[in-house]
Design a protein around this ligand. Structure first.
Ligand code: TXA
Ligand code: MG
Length: 317
């Protein structure tokens, strides 16, 4: 991957303006939140989001949390029912993430949601990230700002220890008050489900709901609609990998010199291919492709996460 010069910004007007400029230009800025430092990119810019995976060296695409300034901004990308609004009212701004249905035709890149029709949204409380969200006025996708498999950073020094030279900037806002990730609650079904423990306790949520919170492990045997779980999102057709050309009745997804009916990246650019991956899946469904063949994608850098997702799509279902 390209070596970048990571700007170490402090939380003055220049630092905040520079972080905003980086984000608006499609770059990556690590920002303090009250939970942990997040590695932020414009959630509506698929190439910027692909760079998050590249910088973290994540071997797979998991859906990311969209950070927004307030409930009003949240409602532009997610559909909030009465319970979701009640939780948002009680805990935002703060360390609670709500998974809700995505607004149809929202600008959020499909790579952010890993192609799902739901979206995870959080209104953070840290004043620096709030100022930046208000100024850039786009949702920011932000997983924790650490290389994949390492512990989440709670200081700018932790961020630099893992990601110096891999991101455009880190904004130093001191140490994070909460220190653990946000609690994640899914509001997709008839009752809210706790998906991840975090900064807001289950007891506090139960007190607001006036009811026990269902744990995700409690519903593991419940029927799950295809596409509801991250690992389930794949095109409807069967998928054959490492195809040099299309077989009988196959729709070919190209990469680089293998030209297809559609392509992940004609230039053979892995960042572009990652940015386009879930859009291509949706396009294949829209075309009604029953048999899909995919050109070889090199197993390096972002190619590993792309191949991980392609292998899952090709696995017997
Ligand atoms: O405290 C936090 O939440 C930090 C700071 C930076 O805000 N962010 C964070 O993001 O932990 P991340 O990307 O590491 O965590 C995202 C989690 C994943 O476990 C993912 O599976 C879940 O959110 N998630 C995201 N979208 C989802 C969706 N549509 N359905 C179910 N789970 C989702
Ligand atoms: Mg993390």
């Amino acid at each position: 991957m390209t070596q970048l010069i990571t700007q170490h910004l402090i939380d003055d007007a220049y630092g905040i303006e520079t972080a905003c400029a980086v984000l608006q230009a499609g770059g990556l800025a690590a920002l303090p939140t009250e939970t942990v430092y997040g590695l932020a990119a414009n959630a509506c810019d698929s190439v910027a989001v692909a760079k998050i995976y590249e910088a973290k060296g994540r071997p797979s695409f998991n859906p990311l949390i969209c950070h927004v300034f307030d409930v009003c901004a949240a409602c532009k990308i997610g559909v909030f029912d009465a319970v979701a609004l009640q939780l948002a009212d009680a805990f935002w701004p703060g360390p609670l993430t709500l998974v809700v249905p995505q607004v149809e035709g929202s600008d959020v890149a499909t790579l952010v949601t890993a192609g799902l029709q739901s979206v995870a949204i959080r209104v953070p409380a840290h004043p620096i990230v709030r100022e930046i969200l208000q100024s850039v006025a786009v949702p920011l996708a932000a997983p924790s700002a650490n290389p994949s498999g390492r512990v989440s950073p709670t200081t700018a020094a932790h961020v630099l220890a893992g990601l110096d030279g891999r991101i455009d900037a880190v904004l130093d806002g001191g140490s994070c008050a909460v220190g653990v990730e946000s609690t994640i609650v899914s509001c997709l079904g008839p009752t809210p489900v706790l998906l991840r423990e975090g900064g807001v306790t289950a007891e506090a949520i139960e007190a607001v709901l006036g009811a026990d919170l269902v744990r995700s492990t409690d519903v593991v045997d419940a029927p799950v609609a295809p596409g509801q779980l991250p690992s389930h999102y794949a095109p409807r057709g069967t998928v054959r990998l490492n195809a040099a050309k299309a077989g009988d009745g196959e729709t070919l997804v190209g990469f680089g010199s293998v030209a297809g009916d559609l392509t992940l990246s004609a230039k053979g650019d892995l960042t572009e291919a990652a940015a386009r991956l879930f859009d291509v899946f949706h396009q294949l469904d829209a075309m009604g492709a029953r048999k899909i063949a995919v050109a070889p994608v090199p197993e390096e850098g972002l190619g590993r996460a792309i191949n991980d997702r392609l292998r899952r799509a090709a696995a017997p279902r």
